[in-house]
Design a protein around this ligand. Structure first.
Ligand code: GLY
Ligand code: MN
Ligand code: MN
Length: 537
């Protein structure tokens, strides 16, 4: 048999075993491989990057939350199971059998009993055949792996945040992290922020000392564990050069005691994930289109007797119908005053009546999430006051989208939108001083969008193939310091904008945005008009 046929046959048989009647439009193994290569290119020489799979999190008793892979881990591997670790080496390594490699993946071991309860595992064979790893091992092998972490100038990793538990197995995330800590002489008091502050002090100069002290004071003000650190406290209070030099010596010894770095990976991953490849854009666009269709279907189905949770259910049914696995974040459906709570997720008002209903939802399709908000009148017609507020937000969003161009600073859409909101609130007499605009528009206008709803990025000037949200809003809670006629009106309009060399492209634009277009769609019949369920006692 020709050797080049072997991988094809392996993939084919693996698809037969693992992939029967399941979606086939996931990111390709080649995509993940190229992304790992891109990370390697950005790693300093003689370093190793260590990525852990996301933790499984308990919901209650013996039920966990639905597992969701860590987006960086998914981006680099395509592996969707827990209890795994990925090692990327900046240079090619050779082990004692002469094998050459620059990456290793440790995965959950196959286990027929566990698979009978919780579903199939890829195992090492699946990781090789489907994900394209040559060096794939069972997690249990990580603890006796020969990788010598002390031989690297730096070991790059993400802070663990201590929110993972020891489970029953011997190669769960807890055990993998425990082995990692043993292998790297991980200091028991390791703290990412403290490390960053130590590095800052280590390179302080006479010129920037005042600035560094000011930054340190800010951190110490809100972080109690930092306040207990004598070196940081003493540096802030130091007033002579001898004292400062003594503290710097102690800090440099502390820094030299290990080669751990929990800061650099977020820069590396931010710079990669900020711009999307063609393959990613296919999935992200699909997530956004599905979410826009959800908004349209809800516009058709909405009536005053609906509950917030029912409205949420219609969106989510549309997502599932298109094969989206999850919502990218908890769905927000707030009628009237509830819309003023920015991340309102109770969604438990039983009748939306004549409310404006703010609906901020996003389908997650194969990892990529949309983030689309529409605000619509439950009875199909905006009142005069609702329309006045809505139109300001609409104009603000138009200005924000127009400012989302290649080369513009990240803050450009926010500045453009805020100006329109402030002018509009002044013109309606809702505020008398421009500085009070933040009272009614208290959040940012844009964030990156991708595998995370608030995706990683550099916050530098916009580059082509970046996707951001543009989402101005005005929220006037009951009891606000303005005419009562505005109380309980909350409007956010949020679209997902692809930045290109040819200008911004609104990926969610198919969901109506103007009051006229929304009212027109709300007049259309809905397939749900005939979906009547029996009354329960
Ligand atoms: N849905 C969360 C946000 O708009 O940022
Ligand atoms: Mn958003
Ligand atoms: Mn949103």
């Amino acid at each position: 048999m020709k050797t080049f046929l072997l991988p094809v046959l392996a993939l084919f048989s693996a698809v037969l075993v693992f992939g029967q009647q399941t979606p086939t439009d996931f990111l390709s193994a080649d995509f993940h491989k190229k992304r790992r290569a891109a990370v390697r290119e950005k790693m300093p020489p003689n370093t190793v990057a260590v990525f852990f799979a996301n933790a499984e999190r308990n919901r209650a008793n013996d039920v966990d939350y639905v597992y969701h892979q860590d987006p960086d881990f998914y981006y680099l591997t395509g592996y969707r199971e827990p209890n795994a670790v990925l090692l990327l080496f900046s240079e090619v390594q050779e082990n004692d059998t002469g094998a050459i490699y620059d990456e290793m993946l440790y995965v959950q071991e196959r286990d027929p009993k566990a698979e009978q309860w919780n579903g199939k595992r890829l195992g090492t064979e699946g990781a090789k055949a489907l994900l394209g790893f040559e060096m794939a091992f069972n997690g249990a092998e990580f603890s006796n792996s020969k990788t010598d972490f002390s031989a690297f100038d730096k070991v790059l990793f993400f802070d663990f945040e201590n929110d993972y538990r020891d489970k029953r197995g011997t190669a769960d995330l807890f055990d993998l992290i425990k082995s990692f800590k043993e292998k790297t002489n991980y200091p028991s008091d390791y703290d990412t922020t403290k490390q960053q502050l130590y590095s800052m002090i280590n390179s302080v100069t006479d010129e920037n000392r005042a600035e560094v002290v000011q930054t340190l004071r800010r951190y110490l003000d809100f972080n109690e564990s930092l306040q207990e650190d004598d070196l940081l406290q003493n540096f802030v209070e130091a007033n002579d050069n001898q004292q400062i030099s003594d503290i710097k010596k102690k800090i440099s010894l502390k820094l030299a005691a290990h080669n751990l770095d929990s800061s650099l990976l977020s820069e590396i991953m931010g710079s990669l994930r900020e711009t999307k490849t063609k393959e990613e854009l296919v999935l992200l666009k699909k997530a956004v289109e599905i979410s826009a269709v959800g908004q349209i279907e809800v516009m058709k189905a909405m009536h005053p007797n609906m509950s917030e949770t029912e409205i949420q259910g219609v969106h989510e049914y549309v997502y599932k119908k298109y094969g989206a696995e999850y919502e990218g974040y908890p769905s927000i459906v707030g009628g009237g005053n509830n819309g003023c709570i920015l991340h309102y997720i109770e969604n438990n008002k039983t009748q939306v009546g004549t409310d404006l209903v703010l609906m901020d939802l996003g389908a997650e399709y194969h990892g990529y999430t949309a983030d689309v908000t529409r605000t619509i009148p439950a009875n199909g017609k905006f009142s005069a006051e609702q329309k006045q507020i809505y139109d300001i937000v609409y104009d603000a969003q138009e200005a924000g989208i127009k400012a989302s161009v290649v080369g513009a600073p990240f803050r450009a859409p926010g500045e453009a939108a805020s100006k329109v909101v402030t002018d509009g609130l002044l013109a309606l007499g809702i505020i008398e001083d421009a500085a009070d605009s933040r009272t009614y528009f208290p959040h940012g206008t844009s964030h990156y969008l991708g595998l995370d709803v608030h995706d990683r990025g550099t916050y530098g000037a916009f580059k082509p193939n970046t996707v951001i949200t543009v989402e101005p809003g005005i929220y006037i809670p009951e009891g606000s310091d303005c005419d009562e006629k505005w109380w309980g009106i909350a409007v956010r309009i949020e679209d997902d904008i692809l930045i290109t060399d040819e200008g911004p492209v609104n990926l969610s634009g198919m969901a109506p945005r103007t009051t006229e277009a929304i009212e027109a769609v709300m007049k259309q019949p809905s397939p749900l008009d005939d979906f009547v369920l029996p009354k329960l006692d």
